[in-house]
Ligand binder design. Structure first.
Ligand code: PLP
Length: 405
């Protein structure tokens, strides 16, 4: 099924603003904002700005309604049973810190939290923090040579004291998509909660948190073609009802005295202070845009680009791909190292060809250690990419290797 990339690009203002070749392949770091989200942000900030959840005048009431509508759109995109299961904050990092700290009181000394070797630091560090505070330990699911969670070795790290399994839904380095059903079944054998970091998966089509069977799901608006500064955490309703707040402040309370505070019900209990209103409204618009796309066609499109890139990279003897070299169970995220050339040099040289790639450890140092590399270059696809982007990368890379290696 072919995709009208020009029609998609027309919905992303960044492309009309370029005066040199522009091959944006850093979508795993941040996607470009779609016009619908940019309009929602600008409209709110310039014509409809008031704080939410507090004012009684019309402008404030309209902002509160728009905020609730954005929550509903995000909840629908994630497959939540109810909008109030979705907590709005400033990104996936915030969401993962929130769920880690809210679950912390459930941990006793000797309990274990299971992450994996391919997690983004945002899904390792918060768990290390709460583990240290509670006397719990953090263990990691190993990663296969292909850059996937090695679920055949789950028995080595999952135990009777495992209380939480927190893993990514899709890797920001290898692109591997997690076999959530198998993890859920394993977590159930020890009664552990399953937290998914959806930062990379959520931009690639609707999520169904209930079909996944997870207990919490985190994502970031800026990777989902919304604005920077917003994100969401979905938590299963009955679990959420029992969780303590993470941050204290305005709008999350029922009653405050100098001695003590009683808290509002979810979602407000978890949304202290003024939220990133404009960015949340933009996230709602982005969720509606994402939900309206044909993801069968777009997933095929992104995988065809991935295949073209992988086969081009395979022709370069100095290139080593860190991640699956096939198309099964993966997203269009491709990390690679070039023997004898640092990833930053690769990316800097490719910038001369108008190719925007990420180079570095991708906030996944344990994974870099696993593959014994300091850094990699990484290309990551979005619906607005096309074969010209892949070819510019491969052409620029061939010239870079000739010059530097
Ligand atoms: N998790 C994964 C897998 C990511 O790729 C990222 C960002 O790259 C994050 C979490 C953190 O997202 P944010 O920086 O938007 O909070």
């Amino acid at each position: 099924m072919s995709v009208d990339v020009a029609a998609i690009r027309a919905q992303f203002p960044i492309f009309a603003a370029q005066d040199r070749p522009f091959h944006y392949l850093d979508n795993a770091a941040t996607g470009q904002i779609c016009a619908a989200a940019a309009d929602a942000l600008l409209r709110y900030e310039t014509t409809a700005r008031a704080n939410v959840k507090r004012g009684v005048y019309r402008l404030a009431d309209a902002a509160t309604t728009a905020f609730a509508e954005a929550r509903a759109a995000i909840a629908a995109y994630l497959g939540a049973a109810a909008p109030d299961e979705v907590l709005l904050g400033c990104g996936a990092t915030f969401a993962l810190n929130l769920i880690a700290h809210a679950l912390a009181p459930r941990l006793a000394p000797g309990d274990a939290i299971l992450v994996s070797e391919l997690e983004h630091h945002s899904n390792i560090v918060p768990w290390q923090m709460v583990a240290a505070a509670r006397g719990a330990v953090v263990r990691a699911i190993p990663v296969t040579e292909e850059g996937r969670l090695d679920l055949d070795r789950l028995d080595e790290v999952l135990g009777a004291r495992t209380r939480i399994v927190a893993v990514t839904h899709a890797s920001n380095v290898t692109g591997a998509v997690t076999d959530v059903a198998r993890l859920r079944a394993a977590a159930d054998t020890v009664g552990a909660l399953l937290v998914l970091d959806g930062a990379q998966r959520a931009p690639h089509g609707p999520v169904d948190v209930r079909a996944l069977g997870c207990d919490a799901y985190a994502c970031s608006a800026h990777k989902m073609f919304g604005a920077t500064g917003a994100g969401a955490l979905w938590v299963r309703g009955d679990l959420l009802a029992d969780l303590p707040p993470f941050l204290g402040g305005g709008e999350m309370i029922r009653r405050v005295t100098i001695e003590r505070t009683s808290y509002a019900p979810p979602p407000h209990r978890f949304e202290a202070g003024t939220p990133p209103i404009g960015a949340v409204l933009a996230m709602g618009a982005a969720a509606r845009w994402l939900a309206a796309q044909d993801w069968t066609a777009l997933a095929g499109h992104e995988l065809r680009l991935t295949e073209r890139l992988l086969s081009g990279l395979a022709r370069e003897p100095r290139v080593r791909v860190i991640g699956p070299t096939g198309l099964q169970g993966r997203l269009g995220v491709v990390a690679f190292a070039v023997a004898g050339v640092h990833a930053h040099d690769v990316c800097q040289m490719l910038d001369d060809f108008g190719v925007a790639l990420r180079g570095g450890h991708h906030c996944a140092q344990p994974l870099m250690d696993r593959f014994d590399v300091a850094a990699t270059a990484r290309a990551s696809f979005a619906p607005y990419n096309d074969t010209a982007d892949v070819d510019a990368l491969l052409d620029g890379l061939a010239q870079t290797i000739r010059k530097l290696a």
